[in-house]
Design a protein around this ligand. Structure first.
Ligand SMILES: Nc1nc2c(ncn2[C@@H]2O[C@H](COP(=O)(O)OP(=O)(O)O)[C@@H](O)[C@H]2O)c(=O)[nH]1
Ligand SMILES: [Mg+2]
Length: 330
């Protein structure tokens, strides 16, 4: 069955000014275009650039099971109590096994399913080269243009993506819990440095205070030690204990996020982070375009002829590569 031709202008119009149900559907369709790396994205992004919105982006990172999804849900409630519109983006960068996890998250998010002020979307960027770097900012742009004041980004899965999500956020929450993702593991994984706020979740369990004191101890050893940072006017990530399963501590987390936002504003850090995010995105799009063109060259004669010259000893491989780069960037 032939699909209706895509009317990007109408879709963007609906996503930004439509009545709530249509707006939510349009947002969903736009994010699907991002997920599919659709050729229509060029026009979508050109139109969205005229309506940037003003969403702040909060990243949640931490080991699986630490309570990211539960915390996301209670943070949504906390922001809604403050009258803000909230987007949730659950990003699945790679894992083919996370369908169940996303499903579980959807169930957890059902409290918010009928709330007009909440947009919830999951997105798989699997299979896209550099997908996290370009697809996530684009999905964020959709949610911002749709009127979200705050977007919470949770990654599903483990590893580098957990750290990478921090590069996408204005404020990054690093979640820890007793017995899992403790402070030492966090230090090893390189996520201590990316934290703007530490959340020690599952504070109803034994060992939470230990996690807090371990964190404070490690902070005192690090380059941004609290004493030194006070002198320099730098930000020291505060540590908040929560019991996400009972909604406890969410308001305090939001307060700390607000303080971090104010600090970033005063020190020009917000602008700096947003430029870095845009730079990552532009670079990822450019690399994708260059790879596609090199692929074209492979299909054509150019690369083959260069390879023949390298084999014949007429050209060294570096000079051949230079010519290839010249050809693709012409
Ligand atoms: N005891 C306790 N369990 C929690 C708390 N927060 C979340 N959980 C449970 O921990 C499990 C994993 O939570 P989830 O939010 O899916 O973690 P995620 O993998 O980081 O997204 C679930 O069974 C939650 O119900 C908490 O504060 N205390
Ligand atoms: Mg989760």
């Amino acid at each position: 069955m032939a699909r209706r031709p895509l009317d990007v202008e109408a879709l963007v119009e609906q996503a930004t000014t439509g009545e709530p149900a249509r707006r939510a559907r349009a947002v969903g369709r736009l994010i699907s275009l991002v997920e599919d790396a659709s050729p229509a994205l060029r026009e979508v992004m050109a139109r969205l650039a005229l309506r940037p919105g003003s969403a702040r982006v909060i990243g949640l990172t931490g080991s699986p099971g630490v309570g990211k999804s539960t915390s996301t849900s209670v943070l949504v409630a906390a922001y809604r109590r403050r009258g803000l519109r909230v987007g949730v983006l659950a990003v699945d960068p790679s894992s083919p096994f996370s369908g169940g996890a996303l499903l579980g998250d959807r169930v957890r998010m059902q409290d918010h399913a009928t709330d007009d002020g909440v947009f919830i979307r999951s997105m798989a960027t699997r299979g896209h080269l550099g997908g996290l770097s370009w697809a996530t900012p684009q999905a964020l742009r959709v949610l911002s243009a749709a009127g979200c004041d705050v977007v919470l980004v949770e990654t599903v899965g483990v590893g580098q993506a957990e750290v990478d999500v921090a590069r996408l956020a204005d404020t990054t929450l690093v979640l820890l819990a007793p017995g899992m993702g403790d402070a030492i593991q966090a230090a090893k994984a390189g996520i201590l440095e990316v934290a703007d706020v530490f959340v020690v979740n599952k504070a109803d369990r034994d060992g939470a205070d230990r996690v807090v004191s371990d964190l404070r101890h490690m902070q005192s050893l690090g380059p941004r030690s609290p004493a030194q940072a006070t002198v320099d006017g730098e930000w020291v990530a505060p540590v908040v204990k929560t019991v996400a399963a009972r909604g406890e501590g969410a308001d305090e987390v939001v307060d700390r996020i607000e303080e971090h936002a104010a600090w970033m504003g005063e020190h020009g850090v917000l602008e700096q982070r947003r430029r870095r995010r845009a730079a990552d995105e532009v670079e990822a799009i450019a690399l994708t375009a260059l790879r596609a063109r090199i692929g074209d060259l492979r299909d054509g004669e150019a690369l083959d002829q260069l390879a023949a010259q390298v084999v014949a000893g007429a050209l060294d491989p570096y000079s051949a590569a230079d010519r290839l780069v010249e050809a693709v960037s012409a």
